[in-house]
Design a protein around this ligand. Structure first.
Ligand code: NCD
Length: 352
């Protein structure tokens, strides 16, 4: 995908925007940060996602009525396979419709120099919900702020759901990750969750760490494994520690792999490095292979937000890892659709 023009930006107006708490009701809410969710909201979301999964798998046609005649617009200014397609599939499985600029955002007016605010206002004036992925941190806050202004002008309501804000948050990914952990482990209490890879730039790990802290599981431990130069941002560490989560940072996977209940492997975020040389210097570190997984317990689950590159070894290694019952990244990938169904039905006020 070509680079987003520099004119796209976050306005001063949205600087003070604070994402509203869900507070037991998703209807009409923008979804831009996991900080909006409290434990009861998360338990509700997990329950609804699991229920929708059962209904979809059993061919329950009533699901198709939930978002009938509702429209979702997608605005993806960064590459995506799973997030984009799972949102689209989620809306279609709820009986809704999906619009996007024909040919992708590279054919939208952004490439004539239009700013983010106007692109979002266009999407929001046609659709009930706008899914936005954008390389700038807080871009979804800008979208939420602009859509609130638009509601005042037009009297119609459209909400944004973030599909990832640069190195900031990727809230729906963290929600599907939490759902997957609870799905396989039954609870989050007492788990040792090991996050591995580019913890400096990886928005999935930033967001999951925050969400696990917000979930308030008893005795949950985070083991953060990365090269020294790619450690998690201080703000994330402070956030989770302030909420009572024990955090252990290390550059030695061997130190923590055996004691892990969940291993969350991640890609080195090449597109976020200032220079190719910086990327090359650490790209080869922390490669998951069958030999590495052999050091983990029989009960561990291996997660990965995908896409995977060399950090998951060779194609031959992929085949062995994929066949290992501890690898749950394809379940995780499909769970993304069910969690997004639960979110879309929720924000659009579709119940039952
Ligand atoms: C991730 C993302 O885009 O942040 N992918 C995803 O949404 N499943 C992870 C990544 O790109 O490494």
């Amino acid at each position: 995908m070509s680079t987003v023009p520099a004119s796209v930006g976050v306005s001063a107006g949205s600087a003070a925007f604070t994402p509203p708490a869900i507070d037991g009701n998703l209807t009409g809410r923008h979804i831009v940060s996991v900080e909006q969710f409290a434990r009861p909201d998360l338990d509700d979301l997990i329950r609804v996602a699991a229920d929708l999964r059962t209904r979809v798998r059993t061919g329950d046609q009533s699901v198709l009525k939930l978002c009938r005649r509702r429209i979702m617009a997608t605005l993806f200014f960064e590459a995506s396979t799973r997030t984009d397609m799972s949102f689209q599939a989620a809306m279609l499985r709820l009986g809704g419709e999906v619009v996007a600029t024909a040919g992708g955002v590279q054919f939208s007016s952004v490439y004539k120099g239009e700013n983010l605010a106007d692109s979002v206002r266009a999407a929001g004036s046609y659709a009930d919900v706008v899914v936005l992925r954008h390389p700038e941190v807080r871009s979804s806050y800008e979208a939420a702020y602009q859509l609130d202004q638009l509601t005042t002008r037009l009297g119609t309501r459209s909400v944004v759901v973030s599909g990832g804000d640069g190195v900031g948050e990727h809230p729906t990914q963290a929600l599907l990750d939490l759902f997957t952990i609870i799905d396989f482990k039954g609870k989050a209490d007492g788990l040792a969750v090991t996050l591995v890879g580019d913890l400096a730039h990886g928005r999935t790990v930033h967001t999951l760490a925050k969400l696990l802290a917000l979930y308030g599981a008893e005795g949950l431990r985070l083991q953060l494994v990365s090269p020294e130069s790619l450690r998690a941002p201080r703000g994330i560490l402070d956030f989770v520690r302030e909420r009572g989560v024990e955090v252990h940072e290390t550059d030695s996977l061997d130190e923590v792999i055996g004691s892990s209940d969940v291993i969350y492997w991640t890609r080195v975020q090449q597109e976020r490095f200032a220079s190719e040389a910086d990327y090359e210097a650490i790209a080869g570190q922390f490669i998951m292979t069958p030999d590495v997984l052999a050091k983990a317990s029989d009960e561990v689950i291996l997660m990965h937000p995908l896409p995977r590159k060399h950090e998951m070894g060779t194609e031959a290694g992929h085949a062995i890892l994929d066949a290992d019952p501890r690898s749950v990244y394809f379940h995780q990938m499909q769970n993304g659709m069910y969690v997004r169904m639960a979110l879309l039905a929720g924000v659009l006020g579709a119940h039952e």
